[in-house]
Design a protein around this ligand. Structure first.
Ligand SMILES: [Fe+2]
Length: 285
């Protein structure tokens, strides 16, 4: 699940939508792979459901599915998920029906190859007991307590979406205040003993690899030093720490920061060509 190439970072807008074929989860919707483990099929994806998409169940996946609705609405059984809602369905969680009356774009994270099986799984009850069946994230309060003094300049707040009590893995929204910059335009670099993965939902975040706009994504394997970071108008990102408990380890030396850092990503071979044509957001004026 964790053996994926280092990506820091790509804009999802650079990747083409592809149609999902039969036998897969969510056939006839469209997907983009943000990252994928070639051995297990575990993947982080965007899925775009067309308006009127419908699938009669019951059916289930052999993969844990975790998702955040970016746009539109998607229904699982009796629960309709609107924008900024979240769920975690462990492998074997059986859905009676799936539907998207108005269409939707969903950040969907799978722990194994997302193949769909018809019927009700033998693990359904156990999966239900471990699920986070619905969070209305829009209406959750931000946790504004500071949890690392070295991140004070970012004014980081959180909305905790999930913590696995066995592995220590976490999924949360991270919010950084506008006008945040390392003091003196320099700062230590952080690293973690676990995978860090992020998708920017709003605002933008500037680091050594350039400016991450909404739709940007990174998959950072353990032990890679990163930062320092700053943001002109704030940033909201969904972040996951995978493979164990998250800790911040700080470099003894400092690295420079600039709001003008050009797009200089680390990308696997299949995405190398994206380096030459950075995605630029539409002008606002
Ligand atoms: Fe980090």
């Amino acid at each position: 699940m964790f053996d994926r190439p280092y990506i820091e970072f790509l804009q999802a807008q650079m990747l083409p939508w592809q149609r999902i074929g039969p036998g897969r989860a969510r056939p006839d919707a469209e997907y983009k792979y943000l990252s994928r483990d070639p051995d297990t099929g575990a993947c982080s994806t965007l899925i775009r459901y067309p308006a009127g998409w419908y699938r009669e169940g019951p059916e289930y996946l052999d993969a844990d599915e975790e998702f955040y609705v970016l746009d539109g609405e998607i229904g699982f059984g009796d629960q309709l998920f609107g924008p900024d809602s979240y769920a975690y369905f462990p492998a074997g969680f059986s859905h009676d029906r799936l539907y998207s009356p108005k269409g939707a774009v969903v950040l969907s994270l799978f722990s194994a190859e997302p193949v769909a099986y018809g019927g009700r799984s033998a693990d359904d009850e156990r999966a239900r007991s471990r699920a986070t069946p619905y969070l209305d994230v829009l209406r959750m309060p931000w946790d504004m307590t500071l949890n690392d003094e070295k991140l004070r300049h970012l004014g980081i707040s959180r909305k905790d979406l999930r913590k696995d009590e066995t592995t220590g893995e976490r999924t949360f929204l991270s919010m950084i205040l506008p006008h945040s910059e390392p003091p003196g335009a320099r700062g230590p670099r952080e690293s973690h003993p676990v995978v860090e993965e992020a998708y920017v939902i709003a605002g933008s975040l500037v680091g050594p690899q350039g400016e991450m706009f909404p739709g940007s994504y990174f998959w950072r394997p353990p032990g890679i030093a990163h930062g320092p970071f700053g943001t002109r108008w704030g940033c909201v990102a969904l972040i996951r720490f995978l493979g164990g408990e998250h800790v911040n380890e700080w470099s003894p030396d400092e690295a420079p920061f600039s709001f003008d850092a050009p797009y200089d990503p680390v990308l696997p071979e299949e995405h190398e060509h994206l380096k030459k044509s950075p995605w630029i957001p539409a002008p606002r004026y």
